[in-house]
Design a protein around this ligand. Structure first.
Ligand SMILES: C[S@@+](CC[C@H](N)C(=O)[O-])C[C@H]1O[C@@H](n2cnc3c(N)ncnc32)[C@H](O)[C@@H]1O
Length: 260
């Protein structure tokens, strides 16, 4: 799959060999095993208790005590039932897809569920710790052999040669929503608040790589902006499908779908 990618099954080994400096940044985390979650032990930060109470919703294998999370991943990983739904949805739309790209892959919530159904998944993140979590979590699900990881900022990685070598059938992305305040506004402005860039630029960059794009966005996202950007980039007849996503009766967000 090319030198620029790390195979999840030997992520730390390859990192150590190819990039000792980067490995050095992870060394203490690996040595202390400090990101491993012991399921019955509460996180030290009380603000995480509400996520810990529902920890098995994040990963059904949480009780294996082999799931890895950073502080940020406790509240940003896609819950397993939602990630499973997204993967099944893509499989139903593009049954013969070979390669799925998961931009902003975090702790692998989505990457792992895609890898259950598709032969190759490429996960991108600019956090080495998060890539390490994805690789570790994929092992628990026995899916690390189908996952390749790319370290770097999307703004740079998007121009990488990996997309010349790998034909991407579908891009999935769960971009950062800019912190918990996203829900305080009636309408979430997708141009101003979405990280790391506004929706128009992000989509334009993604359409250069694949015509099939799925974004997991806040539930209060501005639908007019979605409609406008779709017409602007794909023409007046183009469509963007929207699904509202619930978990246990609670509205968690929406998915915007372009393409097949
Ligand atoms: C909402 S989380 C994704 C969660 C993921 N879908 C999961 O289930 O674990 C967003 C991720 O985007 C990453 N990220 C933020 N800005 C980025 C950028 N400019 N380039 C690459 N990754 C970025 C963060 O490190 C974080 O892991």
């Amino acid at each position: 799959m090319g030198k620029q990618l790390y195979h999840a099954s030997h992520f730390t080994h390859t990192l150590k060999k190819r990039s000792p400096k980067r490995y050095g940044r992870l060394h203490s985390i690996i040595k202390d095993d400090s990101l491993r979650i012991i399921s019955h032990v509460k996180p030290t930060d009380p603000t995480l208790f509400k996520y810990w109470r529902f920890r098995s919703n994040l990963f059904s294998k949480m009780d294996s005590n082999q799931i890895y999370l950073t502080h940020e991943l406790w509240f940003s990983v896609t819950p397993e039932s939602i990630a499973t739904f997204f993967a099944n949805f893509v499989k139903a739309c593009i049954p013969n897809a070979k390669i799925i790209l998961d931009v902003f892959c975090g702790g692998g919530g989505n990457t792992i569920q895609f890898a259950k159904l598709f032969p190759k998944v490429i996960g991108i993140d600019f956090s080495l710790e998060h890539l390490y979590c994805t690789a570790q979590n994929a092992k628990v699900y026995g899916l690390d052999d189908r996952i390749w990881l790319k370290y770097g900022d999307w703004n740079k990685v998007r121009n990488s040669k990996i997309f010349e070598r790998n034909k991407i059938d579908c891009i999935f992305a769960s971009p950062p929503w800019g912190g918990p305040n996203y829900s305080k506004k009636d309408v979430y402005n997708l141009e101003m608040n979405l990280q790391p860039i506004g929706i128009s630029k992000l989509l334009k960059q993604m359409f250069k790589i694949s015509k099939n794009v799925i974004l997991f966005l806040p539930r209060n996202s501005d639908l007019n902006q979605l409609s406008e950007v779709t017409r602007k980039l794909l023409g007046n007849e183009a469509k963007c499908r929207i699904l509202y996503v619930k978990e246990n009766g609670h509205l968690k967000g929406l998915v915007a779908i372009w393409g097949t």
